[in-house]
Ligand binder design. Structure first.
Ligand code: HEM
Length: 379
């Protein structure tokens, strides 16, 4: 990590805080979020945080004495990882979502079976988590942290910090994070099986699952913008193409040209080799090919592409396209699509702060794992 990148983060933190204190950005068709109460960091800068009762033990720069370089170690490791893995941001974002959604941001999704974990199965074994990736990135970063200060920095903090830094390095919005999370003593297979939103969920089910975690419709729609980046496997798209909900016909909400496009990509014709499964569909490439490169704005992948595509009936998953099936979420999609992406980026940053604080363990709860896939008793 160069010092200029470090400064970029500091400047972004400052700009974010100033933005948060300034008059809310002009939000097209959306009323502004209620003002947040800013708190002061040790450096005197105001830090925008959601003040939930459950996260009061998290602190600004929790490791400032015990491992002063922890956050910069994560940031520079993430920069190196992204040089070689351009999908790392997407993989970590999805990994964090699946961790925080199930019993909070406690790194329970990182645990392997056995090794003293008394459960029959782990979250990793749950079907909705079967295609999660990015575990190796967290392991690599944690090894570096361990080399500097052993047994101090939790896997849960490592995951949220690495994800935030990866988002910023990929051109996404900065958001400030408090730290001091601790790691769970167990993994929650059954909860993951039941409560990770499925790709064929209708909008009521999606809203229900997100509201159980305290997310409003607006926060939910902004978090779906995570689908601006990354890849979606054809196994999640195919059920919409041929025999939608057992009808023997495609999902009627898919426009004909998009149906052809997805059918081609998700058939063996779309594969580079006839013997190989088709490659996953890149979320963004379909949107770009649909709207033309002239409409791709200002260089950041964290723009409004996702909302443009959903608005045009080109959501890759049924759950994506369902955002248009409900008045409130459809209005939000239209609003996010109608400016240069600024409204989405601000809302997404705020919703990520909230997600990162869900159900955290602090103080003497849980443990600090050394190896993120193993409980500390069995390291
Ligand atoms: C109802 C809600 C959601 C459903 C049903 C859903 C479902 C999925 C599915 C099926 C995939 C494809 C996985 C694969 O091919 O391996 C995926 C990818 C992804 N999802 Fe979601 N998702 C939801 C919400 C979210 C949220 C809230 C975020 C983050 C804020 C997110 C971030 C991502 C990312 C970044 C990818 C790409 C991962 C990669 O490239 O490896 N998703 N999602």
């Amino acid at each position: 990590m160069s010092s200029s990148q470090g400064h970029r983060f500091d400047i972004m933190a400052l700009v974010f805080c100033l933005l948060a204190l300034a008059k809310p950005v002009n939000v097209i068709k959306l009323s502004p979020f209620l003002p947040h109460s800013p708190s002061l960091s040790p450096s005197g800068f105001p830090i925008l945080v959601e003040q939930d009762s459950q996260d009061t033990s998290l602190q600004f720069d929790f490791y400032r004495e015990s491992c002063p370089h922890a956050e910069s170690i994560v940031r520079s490791a993430m920069a190196r990882i992204l040089n070689h893995n351009n999908n790392a941001t997407a993989q970590l974002l999805r990994l964090q979502f699946h961790d925080c959604f199930i019993q909070g941001c406690d790194a329970s999704v990182l645990l392997d079976e056995g090794n003293g974990n008394n459960n029959q199965s782990t979250e990793k074994d749950a079907i909705p988590n079967s295609t999660l990736k990015g575990f190796d990135f967290i392991d690599a970063i944690k090894e570096e942290l361990e080399a500097s200060c052993s047994g101090i920095v939790s896997c849960s903090d490592t995951l949220v910090l690495a994800t935030r830094d990866a988002i910023v390095l990929a051109g996404g919005p900065f958001y400030p994070l408090l730290t001091g999370r601790r790691d769970s003593n167990r993994s929650y297979f059954a909860v993951a099986m039941a409560e990770i939103p499925p790709p064929d969920a209708n909008i009521s089910e999606t809203i229900r699952l997100f509201s159980l975690r305290g997310f409003s419709a607006r926060e939910t729609v902004s978090l779906f913008g995570g689908h601006n980046i990354g890849k979606i496997g054809c196994e999640f798209i195919r059920p919409r193409l041929h025999n939608f909900h057992g009808t023997g016909r495609p999902d009627p909400t898919i426009p004909a040209d998009f149906l052809d496009e997805m059918s081609f990509i998700c058939s063996n014709n779309g594969s580079t080799s006839p013997n190989r499964a088709p490659s996953p569909v890149r979320s963004r490439s379909l949107v770009e090919s649909a709207v033309g490169s002239s409409s791709v704005s200002s260089g950041s992948v964290f723009g409004k592409y996702y909302y443009d595509s959903v608005l045009r009936g080109r959501g890759l998953l049924f759950a994506d396209q369902q955002l248009m099936a409900h008045d409130e979420t459809a209005d939000l999609v239209r609003a996010y699509a109608s400016d240069d992406g600024t409204t989405f980026r601000i809302d997404f940053a705020r919703a990520m702060v909230k997600m990162s604080n869900l159900g955290v363990l602090t103080g003497s709860q849980g443990q600090i794992r050394i190896n993120c896939s193993r409980l500390v008793s069995s390291n």
